[in-house]
Design a protein around this ligand. Structure first.
Ligand code: EPZ
Length: 417
């Protein structure tokens, strides 16, 4: 098992370069099998989720060549075989292979485990979309068999603006006969990045980034070159760290408008930030005003940043509230923040934080990816040493986190125990 050790309460200065977006990458890699030609994708983050998806490509006999931060995928000789549980359970986003295999072969057979620590994470909207396109779905325990004689265009209304369902339906619809319209589609930037990739391959998708996406089915998809957008959640995490420990800390290679909701909250509490075309410069302020956040679908405040942001709220003067509306169990970081010295209570889906409270290093656990990011954020702020276990969660979504933080003055390491 890997553990992380942090000697906190150090000033962080210098430049952190943001990597490609995990939540775009985990959809782009499965989407690449929709063509029979070679595709090249650059700015791929070197994180364990990328490794897990490449392992599935290898299982499907897809030719994969990885260089640093880029990948060349050639599905010419691939086989549509069943994706076994050891591969699909490593990350929930393996479900994108359902849409991609269905879109390419009209058949997908894969094990897909339900639930995860932050919630039940059903995929009913994905499956409803596949059925609307003409597929039948059989589900025996954790094994899904999704197949269609023919895939035809459909008008699909999503009861919830689900990121995963929006992308998965796009993947299944790109080669369907006729036109598909997804209503109440999610609008996250990662969806636009995937739609751009598919259009670069010859798909005919319009409206990505709005709540109505139109997909006109095409016969074939061809080779292309594509670039992953910067990771807005990684960027937001380091901006929050800068608000707590930074001195002219530069977060570089970002798209600032992708974290507008975070930036407006940071201005509201009194953070000194300079926003450039593709970077943010941030320094810790002496005092912060309290505020309330409510997580919402994009462009609202992102649920993936509420855990790190909660650490910042422990340093704000007075009472702040965090209401989580997307996931039913996303407050598992709270007990560990309390162990570090925070004053937080949770009732129903709202955490109430009283600040400012000094944080003191201790042993904590990364219960999920973004709770782990909150533990790193708190450990960098806390006086003394913080030890974080279950660090594998963090390495799923933050490329070279030790190297990036060390380069700006943090004392942080990971060791095997
Ligand atoms: C994506 O998950 C992200 N993951 C999540 O980030 C992120 O928290 C989430 O979107 C919301 O922004 C990836 O992109 C790989 P949803 P996804 O479908 O697509 C319910 C991280 O930390 N729902 O938008 O799985 C669902 O239960 C991860 O990087 C259904 O009810 O999220 C949730 O309440 C964590 N039925 C809500 O919709 C469905 O069929 C939003 O889920 C699908 C979803």
């Amino acid at each position: 098992m890997k553990i992380m050790e942090i000697e906190g309460n150090r000033e962080l200065s210098g430049t952190i370069r943001i990597s490609g977006a995990k939540n775009a990458t985990v959809a782009l890699i499965p989407a690449a099998i929709l063509t029979d030609e070679e595709v090249t994708i650059c700015n791929i983050p070197e994180i364990t989720d990328t490794d897990a998806l490449c392992a599935i490509l290898n299982e499907l006999k897809v030719d994969v060549k990885r260089a640093s931060e880029s990948i060349v995928i050639n599905p010419k000789n691939m086989k549509n075989i069943e994706i076994a549980e050891p591969f699909s359970k490593k990350l929930r986003a393996s479900y994108y292979f359902m849409g991609a295999l269905l879109g390419k072969y009209k058949k997908a057979v894969m094990y897909f485990p339900g639930g995860c620590s932050i919630g039940a994470r059903p995929i009913d909207l994905h499956l409803k979309g596949f059925e609307a396109l003409g597929a039948t779905v059989k589900n025996e325990k954790n094994k899904y068999i999704v197949e269609a004689e023919e895939l035809h265009g459909a008008n699909i209304y999503l009861d919830i603006a689900s990121v995963g369902a929006t992308i998965n339906i796009m993947l299944a619809a790109v080669k369907a006969k006729g036109t598909t319209v997804i209503d109440n589609a999610a609008k996250e930037p990662e969806i636009v990045n995937v739609a751009t990739f598919l259009n670069n391959m010859g798909a005919r998708i319009s409206g990505a980034g709005t709540s109505t996406i139109k997909i006109e089915g095409v016969e074939t998809l061809h080779k292309c070159f594509h670039e992953v957008i910067p990771d807005r959640i990684e960027a937001g995490t380091y901006v929050i760290i800068g608000a707590l420990c930074g001195k002219n800390l530069k977060i570089d290679n970002i798209i600032p408008e992708h974290i507008d909701s975070l930036l407006s909250k940071l201005e509201e509490i009194g953070t000194q930030i300079q926003v450039g075309a593709d970077y943010i410069l941030i320094s810790k302020a002496e005092h912060y005003k309290s505020t309330n956040i409510k997580t919402l679908v994009y462009p609202g405040f992102p649920t993936d940043l509420q855990q790190p942001f909660t650490v910042l709220l422990t340093q704000c003067d007075g009472k702040s509230k965090v209401t989580e509306t997307i996931w039913e169990n996303r407050f598992m970081h709270v007990p560990y923040l309390k162990d570090l010295g925070a004053d937080i209570s949770v009732k129903n889906q709202t955490a109430t934080i009283i600040g400012p409270t000094p944080l003191t290093g201790t042993s904590v656990v990364a219960t999920d990816l973004r709770a782990g990011a909150a533990m790193v954020t708190a450990g960098l702020l806390a006086k003394g040493k913080t030890t974080i276990t279950n660090v594998e969660h963090i390495l799923r979504g933050y490329e070279q986190i030790v190297e990036k933080l060390t380069s700006v003055g943090a004392k942080i390491n990971i060791k095997e125990i």
